[in-house]
Design a protein around this ligand. Sequence first.
Ligand code: GLN
Length: 377
Amino acid sequence: RPLVAQSEIRNMSIECAKVGGINLAQGVCDLPVPESVIRGAEEAMRRGSNIYTRFDGRVELRRAIAARQLRDTGLDADPEGQVVVSAGATGAFYSACLALLDEGDEVMVFEPYYGYHIVTLASLGIKPVFVTLAPPNWEFAAADLERAVTPRTRAIILNTPSNPAGKVFSREELSLVADFAQAHDLFVFTDEIYENFVFDGLAHIAPATLPGMARRTITISGLSKVFAITGWRIGYAICDPEWALAIGHFSDLVYVCAPAPLQLGAARGLEELGPDYYQGVAKDHQRKRDLFCATLRDIGLTPHVPAGAYYTLADISTLPGDTAKARAMHLLERTGVACVPGSAFYQGDTGETLARFCFAKEMKILEDAMRRLRTLP
Ligand code: GLN
Protein backbone atom coordinates (compact mmCIF):
# COMPACT_ATOMS: atom_id res chain seq x y z
CA ARG A 1 0.00 0.00 0.00
CA PRO A 2 1.54 3.34 -0.96
CA LEU A 3 2.05 5.52 2.11
CA VAL A 4 1.49 8.87 0.43
CA ALA A 5 -1.96 8.70 -1.13
CA GLN A 6 -5.34 10.38 -0.97
CA SER A 7 -6.92 9.72 2.41
CA GLU A 8 -9.57 7.00 2.49
CA ILE A 9 -11.63 9.39 4.62
CA ARG A 10 -11.65 11.75 1.66
CA ASN A 11 -12.36 8.95 -0.87
CA MET A 12 -15.35 7.66 1.06
CA SER A 13 -16.75 11.18 1.43
CA ILE A 14 -16.59 11.54 -2.36
CA GLU A 15 -18.28 8.14 -2.87
CA CYS A 16 -20.92 9.15 -0.34
CA ALA A 17 -21.67 12.43 -2.12
CA LYS A 18 -22.07 10.56 -5.44
CA VAL A 19 -25.01 8.61 -4.05
CA GLY A 20 -26.34 11.41 -1.83
CA GLY A 21 -25.71 9.23 1.24
CA ILE A 22 -25.20 10.01 4.91
CA ASN A 23 -21.53 10.65 5.57
CA LEU A 24 -20.45 8.88 8.73
CA ALA A 25 -16.99 8.58 7.18
CA GLN A 26 -15.43 11.99 7.70
CA GLY A 27 -15.07 13.13 11.30
CA VAL A 28 -17.19 16.21 10.98
CA CYS A 29 -19.17 17.36 13.96
CA ASP A 30 -22.29 19.06 12.63
CA LEU A 31 -23.59 20.44 15.91
CA PRO A 32 -24.52 24.15 15.84
CA VAL A 33 -21.55 26.49 16.18
CA PRO A 34 -21.79 28.36 19.52
CA GLU A 35 -23.29 31.81 19.04
CA SER A 36 -20.38 33.56 20.77
CA VAL A 37 -17.93 32.00 18.31
CA ILE A 38 -19.93 33.22 15.29
CA ARG A 39 -20.43 36.65 16.81
CA GLY A 40 -16.76 36.98 17.68
CA ALA A 41 -15.72 36.25 14.10
CA GLU A 42 -18.37 38.47 12.57
CA GLU A 43 -17.45 41.45 14.74
CA ALA A 44 -13.76 40.88 14.01
CA MET A 45 -14.44 41.04 10.26
CA ARG A 46 -16.51 44.19 10.57
CA ARG A 47 -13.96 45.85 12.81
CA GLY A 48 -11.28 45.21 10.21
CA SER A 49 -9.31 42.30 11.65
CA ASN A 50 -8.87 40.89 8.17
CA ILE A 51 -5.15 41.10 7.74
CA TYR A 52 -2.30 38.70 8.55
CA THR A 53 -1.75 37.92 12.19
CA ARG A 54 1.61 37.53 13.87
CA PHE A 55 3.34 34.26 12.89
CA ASP A 56 2.12 32.62 16.10
CA GLY A 57 -1.42 34.00 15.98
CA ARG A 58 -3.52 36.70 17.63
CA VAL A 59 -2.66 37.41 21.24
CA GLU A 60 -6.36 37.20 22.25
CA LEU A 61 -6.48 33.60 21.06
CA ARG A 62 -3.09 32.62 22.49
CA ARG A 63 -4.18 33.98 25.87
CA ALA A 64 -7.56 32.23 25.72
CA ILE A 65 -5.92 28.91 24.78
CA ALA A 66 -3.41 29.18 27.61
CA ALA A 67 -6.15 30.06 30.12
CA ARG A 68 -8.36 27.15 29.06
CA GLN A 69 -5.47 24.68 29.16
CA LEU A 70 -4.49 25.82 32.64
CA ARG A 71 -8.10 25.52 33.85
CA ASP A 72 -8.89 22.14 32.25
CA THR A 73 -5.64 20.19 32.12
CA GLY A 74 -3.29 22.11 34.40
CA LEU A 75 -0.90 22.71 31.51
CA ASP A 76 0.79 26.02 32.26
CA ALA A 77 1.94 27.80 29.08
CA ASP A 78 3.09 31.36 28.46
CA PRO A 79 0.92 32.84 25.69
CA GLU A 80 3.93 34.98 24.72
CA GLY A 81 6.22 32.35 23.29
CA GLN A 82 4.77 28.94 24.07
CA VAL A 83 1.54 28.93 22.06
CA VAL A 84 1.51 28.79 18.26
CA VAL A 85 -1.85 29.15 16.53
CA SER A 86 -1.99 27.00 13.39
CA ALA A 87 -4.32 26.16 10.52
CA GLY A 88 -5.99 23.31 12.36
CA ALA A 89 -4.27 20.69 14.48
CA THR A 90 -3.19 19.22 11.13
CA GLY A 91 -1.20 22.41 10.42
CA ALA A 92 0.44 22.26 13.85
CA PHE A 93 1.41 18.62 13.39
CA TYR A 94 2.85 19.20 9.92
CA SER A 95 4.79 22.27 11.05
CA ALA A 96 6.10 20.43 14.14
CA CYS A 97 7.36 17.57 11.96
CA LEU A 98 9.04 20.02 9.59
CA ALA A 99 10.59 21.91 12.48
CA LEU A 100 11.81 19.09 14.70
CA LEU A 101 12.40 15.99 12.57
CA ASP A 102 14.73 15.09 9.72
CA GLU A 103 14.51 12.77 6.77
CA GLY A 104 15.56 9.29 7.85
CA ASP A 105 14.26 9.70 11.41
CA GLU A 106 11.86 7.17 12.89
CA VAL A 107 8.71 8.02 14.80
CA MET A 108 6.70 5.57 16.87
CA VAL A 109 2.97 5.48 16.28
CA PHE A 110 0.25 3.44 17.96
CA GLU A 111 -1.84 1.32 15.63
CA PRO A 112 -4.75 1.70 14.78
CA TYR A 113 -3.57 5.19 13.78
CA TYR A 114 -4.91 8.36 12.22
CA GLY A 115 -3.80 8.28 8.59
CA TYR A 116 -2.70 11.90 8.43
CA HIS A 117 -0.01 11.21 11.02
CA ILE A 118 1.47 8.43 8.92
CA VAL A 119 1.17 10.17 5.59
CA THR A 120 2.65 13.40 6.94
CA LEU A 121 5.67 11.49 8.25
CA ALA A 122 6.04 9.53 5.02
CA SER A 123 5.81 12.68 2.90
CA LEU A 124 8.83 14.03 4.78
CA GLY A 125 10.85 10.83 4.41
CA ILE A 126 10.35 9.92 8.08
CA LYS A 127 9.64 6.28 8.91
CA PRO A 128 6.64 5.43 11.09
CA VAL A 129 7.24 2.42 13.36
CA PHE A 130 4.12 0.81 14.76
CA VAL A 131 3.15 -0.30 18.25
CA THR A 132 -0.09 -2.25 18.15
CA LEU A 133 -2.87 -1.52 20.62
CA ALA A 134 -4.59 -4.78 21.48
CA PRO A 135 -8.40 -4.85 21.57
CA PRO A 136 -10.78 -4.82 23.32
CA ASN A 137 -9.08 -2.28 25.64
CA TRP A 138 -6.39 -1.17 23.18
CA GLU A 139 -3.60 -2.13 25.55
CA PHE A 140 0.16 -2.07 25.12
CA ALA A 141 3.10 -2.99 27.34
CA ALA A 142 6.45 -1.36 28.04
CA ALA A 143 8.08 -4.25 26.17
CA ASP A 144 6.11 -3.32 23.01
CA LEU A 145 7.66 0.15 23.15
CA GLU A 146 11.17 -1.22 23.72
CA ARG A 147 10.81 -3.58 20.75
CA ALA A 148 9.98 -0.72 18.40
CA VAL A 149 12.69 1.76 19.38
CA THR A 150 15.95 2.09 17.40
CA PRO A 151 18.87 4.56 17.47
CA ARG A 152 17.00 6.51 14.77
CA THR A 153 13.82 6.99 16.81
CA ARG A 154 13.20 10.69 17.51
CA ALA A 155 9.60 10.90 18.64
CA ILE A 156 6.45 9.11 19.62
CA ILE A 157 2.93 10.20 18.72
CA LEU A 158 0.29 10.14 21.44
CA ASN A 159 -3.25 10.60 20.19
CA THR A 160 -5.55 10.76 23.20
CA PRO A 161 -8.52 10.37 22.99
CA SER A 162 -7.53 8.39 19.93
CA ASN A 163 -8.84 8.34 16.40
CA PRO A 164 -10.18 5.79 15.38
CA ALA A 165 -10.25 3.59 18.52
CA GLY A 166 -11.51 6.17 21.01
CA LYS A 167 -8.87 5.08 23.49
CA VAL A 168 -8.38 7.46 26.41
CA PHE A 169 -4.86 6.88 27.74
CA SER A 170 -4.81 6.42 31.51
CA ARG A 171 -2.30 8.10 33.81
CA GLU A 172 -0.48 4.76 34.19
CA GLU A 173 -0.19 4.35 30.43
CA LEU A 174 0.95 7.93 29.96
CA SER A 175 3.55 7.47 32.71
CA LEU A 176 4.85 4.45 30.89
CA VAL A 177 5.23 6.45 27.69
CA ALA A 178 6.73 9.37 29.63
CA ASP A 179 9.37 7.16 31.25
CA PHE A 180 10.12 5.59 27.91
CA ALA A 181 10.43 8.98 26.16
CA GLN A 182 12.81 10.20 28.85
CA ALA A 183 14.91 7.04 28.78
CA HIS A 184 15.36 7.28 25.00
CA ASP A 185 15.35 11.09 24.77
CA LEU A 186 12.33 11.31 22.47
CA PHE A 187 9.92 14.09 21.62
CA VAL A 188 6.28 13.34 22.32
CA PHE A 189 3.94 14.82 19.71
CA THR A 190 0.43 14.72 21.03
CA ASP A 191 -2.84 14.99 19.16
CA GLU A 192 -5.50 15.99 21.68
CA ILE A 193 -8.10 17.32 19.26
CA TYR A 194 -10.80 15.13 20.91
CA GLU A 195 -9.87 16.19 24.47
CA ASN A 196 -13.41 17.43 25.20
CA PHE A 197 -15.06 14.17 24.14
CA VAL A 198 -14.38 11.81 27.02
CA PHE A 199 -17.10 9.52 28.35
CA ASP A 200 -18.18 7.47 31.36
CA GLY A 201 -16.62 9.84 33.91
CA LEU A 202 -13.08 9.38 32.56
CA ALA A 203 -10.77 12.40 32.43
CA HIS A 204 -8.50 13.63 29.67
CA ILE A 205 -4.90 13.96 30.83
CA ALA A 206 -2.56 16.20 28.86
CA PRO A 207 0.72 14.24 28.47
CA ALA A 208 2.78 17.44 28.87
CA THR A 209 1.61 17.70 32.49
CA LEU A 210 3.37 14.49 33.54
CA PRO A 211 6.59 14.97 35.55
CA GLY A 212 9.60 15.71 33.36
CA MET A 213 7.54 16.00 30.16
CA ALA A 214 7.16 19.76 29.67
CA ARG A 215 10.22 20.33 27.49
CA ARG A 216 9.94 17.24 25.29
CA THR A 217 6.18 17.38 24.64
CA ILE A 218 4.58 19.20 21.73
CA THR A 219 0.94 19.53 22.75
CA ILE A 220 -1.28 19.74 19.69
CA SER A 221 -4.99 20.45 19.68
CA GLY A 222 -7.57 22.79 18.20
CA LEU A 223 -11.10 24.12 18.24
CA SER A 224 -12.42 22.36 15.12
CA LYS A 225 -14.23 19.59 16.90
CA VAL A 226 -15.43 21.18 20.12
CA PHE A 227 -16.84 24.30 18.41
CA ALA A 228 -17.93 22.34 15.30
CA ILE A 229 -15.81 24.59 13.05
CA THR A 230 -13.77 22.00 11.12
CA GLY A 231 -13.75 24.29 8.07
CA TRP A 232 -12.34 27.28 9.94
CA ARG A 233 -8.93 25.66 10.49
CA ILE A 234 -8.08 26.89 13.97
CA GLY A 235 -5.60 24.71 15.85
CA TYR A 236 -2.48 25.17 17.93
CA ALA A 237 0.71 23.78 19.36
CA ILE A 238 1.93 24.41 22.90
CA CYS A 239 5.55 23.67 23.72
CA ASP A 240 8.89 24.94 24.94
CA PRO A 241 9.64 28.44 23.51
CA GLU A 242 12.59 27.10 21.53
CA TRP A 243 10.41 24.60 19.66
CA ALA A 244 7.52 27.09 19.41
CA LEU A 245 9.69 29.50 17.48
CA ALA A 246 10.71 26.81 15.00
CA ILE A 247 7.15 25.46 14.63
CA GLY A 248 5.82 28.99 14.16
CA HIS A 249 8.46 29.62 11.51
CA PHE A 250 7.43 26.59 9.46
CA SER A 251 3.74 27.31 9.87
CA ASP A 252 4.46 30.84 8.58
CA LEU A 253 6.26 29.34 5.56
CA VAL A 254 3.40 27.02 4.62
CA TYR A 255 0.36 29.29 5.13
CA VAL A 256 1.51 32.46 7.01
CA CYS A 257 -1.29 32.30 9.58
CA ALA A 258 -4.70 30.85 10.37
CA PRO A 259 -7.63 33.05 9.24
CA ALA A 260 -7.46 36.20 11.38
CA PRO A 261 -11.15 36.91 12.13
CA LEU A 262 -11.79 33.22 12.75
CA GLN A 263 -8.99 33.21 15.31
CA LEU A 264 -10.87 35.96 17.13
CA GLY A 265 -14.15 34.03 16.93
CA ALA A 266 -12.48 31.01 18.51
CA ALA A 267 -10.96 33.28 21.19
CA ARG A 268 -14.39 34.68 22.00
CA GLY A 269 -15.80 31.18 22.37
CA LEU A 270 -13.01 30.15 24.71
CA GLU A 271 -13.51 33.29 26.78
CA GLU A 272 -17.30 33.11 27.05
CA LEU A 273 -18.19 29.42 27.17
CA GLY A 274 -18.06 27.82 30.60
CA PRO A 275 -17.69 24.24 31.82
CA ASP A 276 -21.42 23.69 31.13
CA TYR A 277 -20.85 23.96 27.41
CA TYR A 278 -18.03 21.42 27.36
CA GLN A 279 -19.86 19.00 29.65
CA GLY A 280 -22.98 19.33 27.50
CA VAL A 281 -21.09 18.46 24.33
CA ALA A 282 -19.51 15.40 25.95
CA LYS A 283 -22.87 14.21 27.32
CA ASP A 284 -24.53 14.65 23.95
CA HIS A 285 -21.86 12.56 22.23
CA GLN A 286 -21.99 9.87 24.88
CA ARG A 287 -25.73 9.50 24.28
CA LYS A 288 -25.16 9.25 20.54
CA ARG A 289 -22.39 6.72 21.10
CA ASP A 290 -24.74 4.52 23.09
CA LEU A 291 -27.57 4.72 20.57
CA PHE A 292 -25.32 4.13 17.61
CA CYS A 293 -23.37 1.26 19.17
CA ALA A 294 -26.67 -0.43 20.12
CA THR A 295 -27.78 -0.21 16.49
CA LEU A 296 -24.52 -1.71 15.24
CA ARG A 297 -24.83 -4.54 17.75
CA ASP A 298 -28.40 -5.25 16.67
CA ILE A 299 -27.45 -5.59 13.01
CA GLY A 300 -24.47 -7.84 13.72
CA LEU A 301 -21.70 -5.27 13.16
CA THR A 302 -20.19 -5.61 16.64
CA PRO A 303 -18.78 -2.24 17.77
CA HIS A 304 -15.77 -1.46 19.93
CA VAL A 305 -17.41 0.98 22.33
CA PRO A 306 -15.12 4.03 22.49
CA ALA A 307 -14.13 5.73 25.75
CA GLY A 308 -13.59 9.04 23.97
CA ALA A 309 -13.54 10.90 20.63
CA TYR A 310 -16.54 10.33 18.36
CA TYR A 311 -15.91 7.28 16.27
CA THR A 312 -16.63 3.63 16.71
CA LEU A 313 -14.65 0.87 15.07
CA ALA A 314 -17.02 -1.96 14.20
CA ASP A 315 -16.53 -5.50 12.99
CA ILE A 316 -17.89 -5.62 9.44
CA SER A 317 -16.66 -9.13 8.62
CA THR A 318 -20.27 -10.32 8.18
CA LEU A 319 -20.70 -8.01 5.16
CA PRO A 320 -19.95 -9.43 1.70
CA GLY A 321 -16.58 -8.53 0.18
CA ASP A 322 -12.90 -9.52 0.40
CA THR A 323 -11.59 -6.26 1.76
CA ALA A 324 -12.73 -3.57 4.15
CA LYS A 325 -13.11 -1.22 1.19
CA ALA A 326 -15.38 -3.68 -0.66
CA ARG A 327 -17.45 -4.19 2.49
CA ALA A 328 -17.70 -0.46 3.15
CA MET A 329 -18.77 0.11 -0.47
CA HIS A 330 -21.37 -2.65 -0.13
CA LEU A 331 -22.74 -0.94 2.97
CA LEU A 332 -22.87 2.40 1.14
CA GLU A 333 -24.66 0.88 -1.86
CA ARG A 334 -27.20 -1.01 0.25
CA THR A 335 -27.95 1.58 2.94
CA GLY A 336 -26.57 4.92 1.75
CA VAL A 337 -24.43 5.13 4.88
CA ALA A 338 -20.71 5.83 4.39
CA CYS A 339 -17.99 4.67 6.78
CA VAL A 340 -14.19 4.47 6.53
CA PRO A 341 -12.71 1.02 5.76
CA GLY A 342 -10.56 -0.18 8.66
CA SER A 343 -7.62 -0.69 6.31
CA ALA A 344 -7.13 3.10 6.52
CA PHE A 345 -5.96 2.70 10.14
CA TYR A 346 -3.73 -0.38 9.93
CA GLN A 347 -0.63 -1.46 8.02
CA GLY A 348 -1.43 -5.16 7.94
CA ASP A 349 -4.65 -7.10 7.40
CA THR A 350 -6.19 -6.41 10.82
CA GLY A 351 -8.18 -3.52 9.44
CA GLU A 352 -9.79 -5.55 6.65
CA THR A 353 -12.65 -6.66 8.89
CA LEU A 354 -13.21 -3.26 10.50
CA ALA A 355 -14.87 0.03 9.63
CA ARG A 356 -14.98 3.39 11.37
CA PHE A 357 -18.26 5.25 11.83
CA CYS A 358 -18.50 8.85 13.06
CA PHE A 359 -21.51 9.38 15.32
CA ALA A 360 -21.06 13.15 15.88
CA LYS A 361 -24.08 13.97 13.78
CA GLU A 362 -27.15 16.05 14.32
CA MET A 363 -29.69 13.71 16.00
CA LYS A 364 -32.09 13.71 13.03
CA ILE A 365 -29.31 12.66 10.67
CA LEU A 366 -27.97 10.03 13.04
CA GLU A 367 -31.47 8.60 13.46
CA ASP A 368 -31.86 8.44 9.69
CA ALA A 369 -28.50 6.65 9.43
CA MET A 370 -29.50 4.14 12.11
CA ARG A 371 -32.86 3.52 10.39
CA ARG A 372 -31.08 2.89 7.10
CA LEU A 373 -28.54 0.58 8.72
CA ARG A 374 -31.36 -1.47 10.24
CA THR A 375 -32.64 -2.27 6.74
CA LEU A 376 -29.58 -4.50 6.21
CA PRO A 377 -30.78 -8.06 5.66
N1 GLN B 1 -10.13 14.14 11.59
C1 GLN B 1 -11.27 13.83 10.79
C2 GLN B 1 -11.39 12.35 10.55
O1 GLN B 1 -10.63 11.57 11.05
C3 GLN B 1 -11.24 14.58 9.48
C4 GLN B 1 -10.12 14.22 8.64
C5 GLN B 1 -10.03 14.99 7.37
O2 GLN B 1 -10.96 15.05 6.62
N2 GLN B 1 -8.91 15.54 7.14
O3 GLN B 1 -12.28 11.95 9.85
